[in-house]
Every structure is written in structure tokens, then in C-alpha cells.
Design a protein around this ligand. Structure first.
Ligand SMILES: Nc1nc2c(c(=O)[nH]1)N[C@H]1C(S)=C(S)[C@@H](COP(=O)(O)O)O[C@H]1N2
Ligand SMILES: [Mo]
Length: 419
């Protein structure tokens, strides 16, 4: 085959009812192989020859050092040292799914429909419509899973035991949702939007939706909220929402719907799966660890809190005492920006102010770095702490326990050995 990475897709069923390979399919395969399939008559029913097996592994090309938290659905975490890039590239982007990643998507047939109580009339766009009719914008946007850091809570909360790496900042290109909503025409009573994707429920039931979340109209209307068709200048990878994705930077990444095919404009808070109960909601007042919290005391998570990560060096690395160590990473604060970044090498007794860059745009993470010296050989820890533009700093310890283990923004720490 001319391009081994581009699988041949043969349209229509390969097999007839008697399980014989269809003549047309056989001749297409023979042509593609440039030779005949000698024992074609013995191919078992439904068997697709390896040369034609569609390689639909959506994690192909990911770094081998990603940590698999679950394989059904795929939930894969990035270790901090792989997040060193200012703009995270595909191999290092964590993957979070609530259902099954859709397969065989045809971008040329893709549509996105706007409906719900608060549209003036339903309207459907093709992918080409978006690219043609709306001005494209590109922003670097932090997507962090609301459950990033869940592993730090005790008693443990159920769900993927994310440590630090369920976060990334990629460059997204698309139409502003605001421009599209203006084109659709929405009613005065619109308060919320909700998304629907093409992923399948784990049960296999086609009528069940794995997740359908959303944001208030004010967030939907923000400049940086996109209906994106490109990530880092290329088609969005399948695992991250190909061919169309809603991107709401700075909020729980669960609001950024992948494989987007419907947006509903609601006259009430959207009530799709994972909007209610304990999902992506936290108690509105502190609760004792393990306490049951009544539903009416839970509030929907909006902007994510101030946080930072050390991406260099890798925890556990060894260093030469005669040289200063370059320590660096990123900091972000949901809708806010980060005003100050500090590191400590003495368990928080003293703090050193870091160099801190401005964000590339609102809702992008900020790069920080520091040169850290060590007086003696031995074991050290480096702790990193960000403070946002309202003076709110990351806590040293795991913050308020909540039933599903969201919003753990405790300081990231790494160990280093100096000799
Ligand atoms: N359609 C759909 N969109 C989705 C999800 C999903 O399961 N289905 N998961 C959400 C959650 S919980 C997160 S954290 C982000 C993860 O985005 P990523 O896979 O690009 O890292 O996608 C969000 N969008
Ligand atoms: Mo998430």
C-alpha cells in the first residue's frame, strides 16, 4: 500500500450472508495489495485481513510514559516531567473519557445542531460552514480535569486516581461560540448551554448519553470559548474530540465537550448526565472528610483554582551540589491570572520568588523558573506555590475534602538528591 499509516477503508459490507468474501471487495483488496490473496476462499466470516485492519487505536503516538488509569474507558495521565512544553503536544496530552471513543468519523458529513428551549429556531451547520462563515481565533487554553489530584484525598474518592497530570495547555483554533450563537439567534431567557458528543455509553445502550455538561451563557459568550476544529494547528486528534470540540478554558475540562454534534441553549441550568448529584459539584461549605452531603448543599464547579506544577527536574533526579539547579514549570488560576510564583527547598521555612511569564492569552498557563542552590549534599524537596491575582495562594495541604475528590490544588513537591 502506498501509505501504510492510512488504512484502506472499503465501503459497504465485505461479506454476504453466506460469508463469502464479496467479489468487489476482493478485487479492491487485490488491487490495493498489488497481489492476490491466495487462500481468500478460506478467510473466516467477518475476518478483516491484517493488511486492511483499521488502526483505530486513538492512543497511537502517545508517549509510552503516560500512566494508564483505566482502559475502559481510556483514562490516561501524563507524568509532570512530560508537561514541560509551553504548548502541550499530542504525545503528552492526558486523555479522559466517560464513554467509548467514537470510531470511523467522517468529517465531511459532520454536523453540529443548535437546539434547546432558548434558540429562536433549530439550526444545523456542517464543519465546512464553521471554517467558511466564521472568523477563526486561536488561543492557548488550560484544560484541567476537575478530579486532577483526586489521589490526594482521604478517605479516597471513587474515580480515576489522578495525581498531578490530568491537565494540559494546547493551542485551539475555531469559531467563537458567541459568534455562532449570534448567528443562530437565541432568546432573552437563555441561561445555560449544554453539549452532546458522539461517544457511546459504556453499557452499549445507544439511547444513553455518557456525559452532557455545559456552562452558563456568560461563559459561553466569552471571547476564548471556542467551537474548535484544530488543536496545535492540525485536525483535532480522535482522542481529543475530532472533528469538532467545545473548548471552555479555565473551567473543569468536563465542560469542553468532545466529538461535538449538538449544543442546546437552555432556559434553566443544563441537567444532562454528570450535571447533577455529586458530579462536578462540591459542598458550598466545608464538610468533615467522609461526610454525606445533601444534594441542595452542592454547587457546580466553575473556574478552577490557582495551581502550579514542577515539570523540570523529574522527581527523584540526582544533582551536583556545585551547580545551581534550574527548576521550572507552569502555573494557572482558572479565570484569574497568576501574580506570584515561589519555590521552597527547606520544607516551606523560606520561599524564593521565581521568574514568572505573562500568559500568552487569557486562560493560558504561565511559565515560571528559578535557579535553586543547595548548601550541602543530601536529600531535598522542592515545593512550588502559586498565588493568583486576588492574593489567593495554593494550600500546602490537601484542601477541603468533597465526595468526588475535586479541586485538589495543594502544592506540587518533588524530591532531589544532591551530592
Ligand atoms: N463527549 C465527551 N466530552 C468530554 C468527555 C467525555 O467523556 N465525552 N470527558 C470530559 C472530561 S471529564 C475531561 S477531563 C476532558 C478531557 O479532555 P482530553 O481527553 O482532551 O484530555 O474532556 C471532557 N469532554
Ligand atoms: Mo474530567
Amino acid at each position: 500500500m502506498s501509505n501504510p499509516n492510512k488504512p484502506l477503508v472499503i465501503q459497504g459490507p465485505l461479506w454476504n450472508r453466506r460469508s463469502f468474501l464479496k467479489k468487489s471487495a476482493l478485487s479492491a483488496m487485490t488491487a490495493a495489495l498489488g497481489t492476490q490473496i491466495v487462500h481468500a476462499a478460506h478467510l473466516p466470516a467477518g475476518y478483516v485481513p491484517l493488511a486492511f485492519a483499521i488502526d483505530d487505536n486513538p492512543l497511537k503516538g502517545k508517549s509510552e510514559d503516560l500512566i494508564i488509569r483505566n482502559d475502559k474507558p481510556w483514562n490516561v495521565e501524563t507524568p509532570p516531567y512530560l508537561l514541560d512544553e509551553a504548548v502541550t503536544t499530542f504525545p503528552n496530552v492526558f486523555v479522559r473519557n466517560n464513554g467509548l471513543i467514537p470510531v470511523n468519523m467522517d468529517a465531511s458529513q459532520w454536523t453540529l445542531t443548535f437546539g434547546g428551549e432558548s434558540v429562536k429556531a433549530e439550526k444545523t451547520y456542517s464543519l465546512a460552514d464553521f471554517k467558511k462563515r466564521f472568523k477563526p481565533y486561536t488561543y492557548q487554553l488550560v484544560l484541567e480535569c476537575g478530579g486532577n489530584g483526586r489521589a490526594g484525598f482521604y478517605p479516597p474518592a471513587s474515580g480515576n486516581q489522578w495525581e498531578e497530570g490530568a491537565v494540559y495547555c494546547a493551542k485551539w483554533t475555531g469559531a467563537r461560540l458567541r459568534d455562532v450563537l449570534e448567528d443562530v439567534g437565541i432568546k432573552e431567557n437563555a441561561v445555560y448551554i449544554g453539549y452532546y458528543g458522539k461517544d457511546k455509553h459504556l453499557s452499549g445502550d445507544p439511547d444513553k448519553v455518557p456525559i452532557s455538561r455545559g456552562v452558563p451563557i456568560s461563559k459561553a459568550m466569552q471571547d476564548e470559548t471556542l467551537i474548535a476544529w484544530a488543536m496545535n494547528g492540525e485536525d483535532i486528534p480522535v482522542a481529543h474530540g475530532y472533528p469538532l470540540r467545545l473548548v471552555c478554558g479555565g473551567w473543569p475540562a468536563s465542560t469542553s465537550g468532545k466529538w461535538l454534534h449538538k449544543i442546546v441553549v437552555r432556559n434553566q441550568v443544563h441537567d444532562g448526565p454528570k450535571m447533577m448529584g455529586d458530579s462536578y459539584r462540591v459542598p458550598k461549605h466545608p464538610v468533615a472528610p467522609g461526610e454525606k452531603v445533601p444534594e441542595e448543599d452542592m454547587v457546580i464547579i466553575e473556574s478552577m483554582p490557582v495551581k502550579s506544577i514542577i515539570t523540570h527536574p523529574k522527581s527523584g533526579a540526582m544533582f551536583d551540589k556545585s551547580k545551581k539547579l534550574n527548576v521550572r514549570g507552569h502555573a494557572w488560576a482558572g479565570e484569574r491570572s497568576v501574580a506570584k510564583m515561589e519555590v521552597s527547598a527547606d520544607f516551606g521555612a523560606t520561599w524564593q520568588t521565581c521568574n514568572l511569564k505573562k500568559p500568552a492569552n487569557h486562560l493560558a498557563w504561565q511559565q515560571w523558573s528559578a535557579e535553586v542552590g543547595f548548601p550541602l549534599s543530601g536529600y531535598y524537596e522542592i515545593w512550588a506555590r502559586a498565588t493568583d491575582d486576588q492574593g489567593v495562594a495554593q494550600p500546602m495541604l490537601v484542601p477541603g475534602w468533597n465526595p468526588k475528590g475535586y479541586l485538589n490544588n495543594a502544592c506540587h513537591r518533588i524530591a532531589v538528591k544532591v551530592s
